[in-house]
Design a protein around this ligand. Structure first.
Ligand code: SF4
Length: 473
């Protein structure tokens, strides 16, 4: 079993000293100026990055920073970056460029870039060299050392560039400032060992490493005690949870334990890799009333040739067999997935197989992407003869098919009564909205504001492509 680097309580206590020293410095600043220092943070990308961002916000709050609503009013600015899509990187370079005038205006302003994008050495070097006014560049494996790194910038007035070679660490007990009061993200593991040929994640998030079940259960019960109504368990591949833990507790057991906690809440999880999604998992979901009736199972393509080139380690037939297994146990399960269109070497015939699979499964929702080349991935070196216009044409055909499927599913839901977690408002109609145990987005007629953050029984009365409307029961 591979040894996981766990950050020791001593190291966390050492970081706490830096937090306290910065808090003291900020308190003195407040006493001196009557103004509280403010921090602006923005996170790009996936839920795991959002969860990291909540830990950065938690540490900043303990340091005595208030929240800035805009970069203009901030004393500290941090972009928590994503490396999965090219667009995300371009936006960070653009934003970093736009910060120059703020720094010229306020020499005390501290600028920081963190996250997956800067875990790639070539990118971190480019940022460090091209943006000399960026004070702190820190990779994903040193999140827990953020206080020390910021302290060095503040005290030693020097630029800090921290990107240690590492397979990744587990740091328990970092303060968390959650970005929502109804839904809570709960990371159970980090990293990925699958090395899909198009994906940069294993290169920037390191090897799979799981938190101990006790630590996760403690955080889950704190979340429930704090009144959250929905917990989403996070991992790049939650199904390989526990592989490197003593006694290898599996994900199905962890899910059962969390659903076994006292309280009225719902549990979701993402992301599952189809090769590791087992009948035990489906059974645990079916036997846990608090487990959402939703499985996100990214298939990526319908052609075995492309799945092989993607290094996905399953065939379309094996994937469909998993769908059959889960529907046998939970006929009402909502299924969602990810599809990449235009992977290098994909032919029209391959693409037709993707359309066929989408028709066969009938997903409740699909995240659809046109292939985006990532530097440093095996797919980057693959021949890619299909022109962009052709890929866009394929993409539009897939979107049109999925819209049809979704609209039909919405129409078929009319007449049902579902339990909705009310968590939003539709700007167009002003109606309260929420999601059922699957992924149905429901608008509720004449629902009182007091229902926000509560579960409500809703009878579905009409449907459209993007919404199902209903009345309170
Ligand atoms: S399973 Fe594949 S796509 Fe998902 S994070 Fe791991 S390498 Fe990337």
């Amino acid at each position: 079993m591979k040894e996981i680097t766990r950050i020791s309580p001593d190291e966390l206590a050492r970081q706490q000293i830096y937090i306290d020293q910065i808090a003291e410095e900020n308190a003195e600043y407040f006493a001196r100026t009557g103004r509280r220092r403010l921090a602006y943070t923005h996170t790009y990308g996936c839920q795991q990055n959002v969860s990291d961002g909540e830990r950065i916000d938690g540490m900043l709050a303990q340091m005595g920073y208030g929240r800035a609503e805009s970069v203009e009013e901030a004393d500290f600015i941090l972009y928590n970056t994503c490396a999965v899509r090219e667009g995300a990187e371009d936006r960070v370079y653009g934003n970093a460029g736009a910060l120059k005038h703020l720094k010229n205006r306020n020499k005390e302003l501290i600028l920081a870039i963190a996250g997956c994008m800067v875990q790639q050495k070539s990118v971190a070097d480019k940022l460090y060299k091209s943006f000399p006014y960026i004070d702190l560049v820190m990779g994903t494996h040193v999140l827990h050392r953020f206080p020390e790194l910021l302290f060095r910038v503040m005290k030693e007035k020097q630029r800090v560039y921290e990107l240690p070679e590492s397979e990744g660490v587990v740091a328990e007990g970092l303060p968390v400032l959650r970005s929502d009061s109804i839904h809570a993200w709960l990371p159970i593991m980090n990293g990925c060992d699958n090395f899909c040929s198009y994906c940069i994640v294993p290169h920037v998030r390191g090897r799979e490493r799981s938190r101990r079940p006790g630590d996760i259960l403690r955080e889950a019960s704190d979340i429930v005690a704090a009144g959250y109504k929905e917990i989403t368990l996070l991992g790049q591949n939650v199904n390989s949870y526990g592989k490197n833990l003593e006694g290898a507790p599996g994900f199905p057991d962890l899910l059962r334990s969390i659903c076994g906690l006292e309280g009225d809440f719902r549990v979701r999880f993402m992301t599952s890799h189809p090769k590791d999604a087992t009948p035990e998992l489906f059974k645990a979901m079916a036997e846990s009333p608090k487990a959402a009736r939703h499985l996100h199972l990214p298939v990526q393509a319908g052609s075995d040739q492309i799945l092989k080139a993607m290094n996905r380690k399953y065939t379309a037939e094996a994937y469909l067999e998993k769908i059959h297994q889960v529907r046998e146990l939970m006929p009402d399960i909502a299924l969602t997935s990810d599809i990449i269109v235009g992977f290098p070497g994909e032919t029209e015939e391959d693409f037709e197989k993707t359309l066929e699979l989408v028709k066969t499964v009938g997903f409740d929702s699909l995240f659809m992407f046109i292939y985006s080349k990532r530097k440093g991935t095996p797919a980057e070196r693959m021949d890619d003869p299909i022109p962009a216009e052709e890929k866009s044409r394929w993409f539009s055909r897939l979107v049109a098919l999925q819209d049809e499927i979704m609209e039909a599913k919405h129409r078929a839901a009319v007449g049902r009564t579902v339990r909705v977690l009310v968590d939003g408002t539709d700007p167009k109609t002003g109606r309260l909205t929420g999601k059922d145990s699957g992924v149905l987005r429901v608008r509720i007629e004449e629902a009182p504001e007091s229902l926000m953050g509560q579960f409500a029984q809703v009878k579905l009365t009409s449907a459209s492509r993007h919404w199902v409307d209903g009345v309170l029961v």
